[in-house]
Write a protein that binds this ligand. Structure first.
Ligand code: ADP
Ligand code: ASP
Ligand code: MG
Length: 420
């Protein structure tokens, strides 16, 4: 088989752990597999580098910031290749630009456009273990870019798709995808498998065990994706097509995200084109707007409230203040002490009462809901950040996720719209 393996920051945190990674890679190599190994920077390194730049200025130029943070993966990829060679195995390490992995030029959140796999295939054909620095790419102009936090997952899945690998394994510091973050919910259960769609909703709503874009790519290119531990031999979680069994499970997981901020713009004219004028400039900066609520007043004025990632809050607030002046809005307000809790499950499509149960559970614990959004298989609530852990734990308990799910009959057979 051709296997792409990705090892996260904790798995390559020091030389001892890099040796353990090398041993695992060699085990697979000895079994006769071809291997492409993607590595993250050592745990904490990306944060350290960002903070160095922020000691100089709170808003470092993004092109140079990418040049800086991409060095974390340069260190671990070369160290792993050196380790493999010292253990007697032929290995070669590549940075993103050497492959090349072409991306857009949106620094710090670039998207992969194209991967040239010829060089990698040549090395694999010569029997070498190929090591690739995760998280990074290059623009057509030759500028180094990075793919956004957690982006090594995306490097791995994109390589697996481009190389048509048989399997993509994401090795991390937990044994798979759980019903909730096992660091917050002690009795969270490891899922044997989960559908691409559910995983995508979990990733997009905060379960950082897989980066969202990596799941999106896996779904599009049907990559066989497994999340497992680099510290144990336990079987991980398979991310795959939805099957009947999965559909019967109403709620598969609870997620949370503290990377949230809210911006409100009050008293804008209620007429066509206003929303486009507000959200256009935000989108141009690659900032993703998540929830949007609009309230219209009798005086033909509207208030618009929306959420953005907290990491983009300052930039988004500046943009909105500019737009507000142009639109003669009454005022702009923001709050970055909010969090989002979500429940995700394919079975929500065919079960009613799920939203009510979520709202009641939060209410019972005195947690106020500021915003709500739903998709076919997800319900999210924005709450005060200080209640995040309480919300996750009580929802996990309310939906009995610590127990193997009771396999209910689907009711009703037809898929009703919006009956959550
Ligand atoms: P890596 O450095 O290997 O990429 P990450 O820190 O990005 O690792 O992701 C793994 C972490 O994701 C776990 O340590 C865990 O705390 C967190 N996590 C959040 N939600 C979940 C979940 N539902 N299942 C498993 N892990 C989760
Ligand atoms: N090192 C990068 C980060 O910390 C990418 C990754 O680990 O996936 O976000
Ligand atoms: Mg990660």
């Amino acid at each position: 088989m051709l296997i792409v393996q990705k090892y996260g920051g904790t798995s390559v945190a020091n030389i001892e752990r890099i040796k353990k990674v090398a041993e695992r890679v060699i085990k697979y190599k000895r079994e006769g597999h071809d291997l492409v190994v993607v590595v993250s920077a050592m745990a904490g390194e990306t944060d350290r580098l960002i903070n160095l730049a922020k000691e100089i200025t709170p808003t470092p130029p993004l092109r140079e910031l990418d040049l800086l943070v991409s060095t974390g993966e340069q260190v671990t990829s070369s160290l792993l290749a050196i380790t493999l060679q010292s253990m007697g195995f032929d290995a070669v390490a590549f940075l993103g630009y050497q492959i090349p992995i072409y991306t857009t030029n949106l620094f710090t959140k670039a998207k992969i456009k194209d991967i040239r796999v010829d060089k990698l295939k040549k090395e694999l054909n010569q029997g070498k273990i190929v090591v690739v620095a995760g998280f990074q790419g290059v623009t057509e102009e030759g500028d180094i870019t990075t793919l956004g936090r957690g982006g090594s997952d995306t490097t791995a899945v994109a390589l697996a798709a481009a190389l048509k690998a048989d399997l993509c394994e994401i090795y991390t510091d937990v044994e798979g995808v759980y019903t909730a973050d096992p660091r917050i919910v002690s009795n969270a259960r490891k899922l044997k498998k989960i559908s691409y769609e559910e995983m995508l909703e979990m990733a997009s709503s905060g379960a950082k065990v897989l980066e969202m874009r990596s799941v999106e790519l896996a779904m599009i290119y049907k990559v066989n994706l497994v999340v497992k531990s680099s510290f144990t031999e336990a079987e991980g979680t398979l991310i795959t097509e939805e099957d009947e069994e999965m559909e019967k499970v109403v709620v598969s997981g609870i997620t949370y995200s503290r990377n949230e901020a809210r911006i409100s713009i009050y008293g804008v004219p209620d007429k066509p084109g206003i929303a486009a004028q507000i959200f256009g400039p935000i989108g141009e900066k690659g900032i993703i707007v998540d929830m949007i609520i609009q309230t219209v007043h009798p005086d033909n004025k509207a208030d618009i409230t929306f959420t953005v990632p907290r990491t983009d809050y300052t930039q988004a607030l500046e943009i909105v203040k500019e737009v507000a002046k142009k639109l003669k809005a009454e005022r702009v307000e923001g709050d970055d002490k909010i969090a989002k809790v979500s429940i995700v499950g394919a079975g929500m499509r065919t079960h009613s009462g799920v939203a009510t149960k979520m709202f009641e559970t939060l209410a019972k614990h005195g947690i106020n809901i500021m915003m709500i959004s739903t998709s076919e298989i997800k319900i999210s609530c924005v709450i005060d950040e200080k209640y995040t852990e309480l919300a996750v734990r009580t929802l996990h308990e309310a939906f009995q996720l610590d127990q193997e799910h009771i396999k209910e009959e689907k009711t009703p057979k037809k898929r009703p719209k919006k009956t959550k």
